[in-house]
Ligand binder design. Structure first.
Ligand code: SAH
Length: 321
């Protein structure tokens, strides 16, 4: 999965295959920009402060967030130093067109020290998973051999996982890079200050089940059919992610359904404001886009928001009633 996605992101325009919240409406990035401004106030207005994004795609989310920050918190706009975590050279070039002053890095570990504000939308779902299968008293792990999945005996159960009691033939997915990231980020935020916000899709609580999916040309595809030609993602296991961030020393808020979170942040009010100055067709498109992000049977429930924060910060906007 790691190798296939590295080739895919290096050689394709992923937005030909799927669309994401920041590409659906500018209001998404704008309300997240306001969220960052509140967190920065709560952090004691550190200057300078790192503003980072993991997997920024086209740079749309950060461009929208930063523009909103310029309006609601000009002091933060001046204090922030932009850092983007992106492995694809092709996407780095796309991001540079909108965010020319950023510094680019391959991983969280490469960021310079200091208080940090971090955003990540649909980043964790692209990280490689491993699949374990319950067989009798033991476990097998799925491997790819000659383009097909084979089950080989696993050395042990999926590590420290609440789903290890799964019943016969159940598939349990783990995502080691997400767990490592959560733990390292938790330790960093606890030690150096800051807050991070992740939006991604997956269930609230860990559960057995297969979620690996491929999208090619905008349509579901066989994940093994053409490695590097399709976008591979899997559900994020928020419960395990949160536990790892707490183990690192941070406070975790959520996961909360994206629809609830964005509504509390004022996505619909912001959309109304934008729509008022637009011709009717464009106004309707803005309202329809906001609905797509918040309605439960669309992206509002399956997508979740989770915040990882320095333990002395108050509950972030959107997470406290
Ligand atoms: N956040 C964007 C794009 C999501 S697509 C949006 O919402 O539109 C996933 C992004 O993560 C892409 O930019 C991809 O190149 C990047 N990415 C995937 N795996 C990565 C990894 N292991 N390290 C850094 N970036 C990665």
């Amino acid at each position: 999965m790691a190798a296939a996605n590295a080739v895919y992101y290096a050689s394709h325009d992923p937005f030909a295959d799927f669309t994401t919240a920041p590409e659906i409406t500018q209001a998404f990035g704008e309300v997240l920009g306001a969220w960052l401004a509140v967190m920065w106030q709560d952090m004691g207005r550190p200057d300078p402060v790192l503003l980072a994004e993991a997997g920024p795609g086209r740079g749309t989310l950060m461009a929208d967030a930063r523009r909103a920050i310029g309006q609601v918190a000009p002091d933060l706009r001046r204090a922030l130093r932009l850092h983007l975590i992106e492995t694809s050279r092709r996407l780095r070039a796309a991001q540079a067109k909108r965010l020319a002053d950023a510094a680019w890095h391959n991983s969280l570990a490469d960021l310079p020290d200091g208080p940090l504000l971090l955003l990540a939308n649909e980043f964790l779902d692209a990280l490689p998973i491993r699949q374990f299968v319950r067989r009798g008293a033991g476990w097998t792990e799925r491997h790819v051999r000659d383009g097909r999945l084979v089950e080989l005996p696993a050395a042990g159960p999926p590590p420290s996982d609440p789903r290890r009691d799964a019943c016969e033939s159940a598939v349990v997915e783990i995502c080691p890079p997400a767990v490592e990231l959560a733990q390292a980020l938790g330790a960093r935020l606890a030690g150096q200050g800051g807050a991070a916000l992740f939006l991604d899709y997956g269930p609230e609580r860990s559960a057995p089940g297969e979620s690996l999916q491929a999208l090619r040309g905008g349509r579901p595809a066989d994940p093994l059919a053409a490695p590097g030609e399709a976008d591979l993602t899997a559900h994020v296991d928020f419960q395990t992610f949160a536990a790892a961030a707490r183990a690192g020393g941070a406070a975790v808020h959520g996961p909360l359904p994206q629809g609830v979170f964005l509504t509390r942040l004022g996505l619909l009010q912001r959309t109304d404001r934008l729509a008022r100055t637009q011709p009717p067709r464009r106004a309707l498109a803005l309202i329809e886009a906001a609905r797509r992000l918040v309605e439960p049977d669309r992206m509002g429930r399956l997508f979740k928001a989770v915040a990882v924060c320095h333990p002395r910060l108050g509950p972030p906007p959107g997470f406290a009633e």
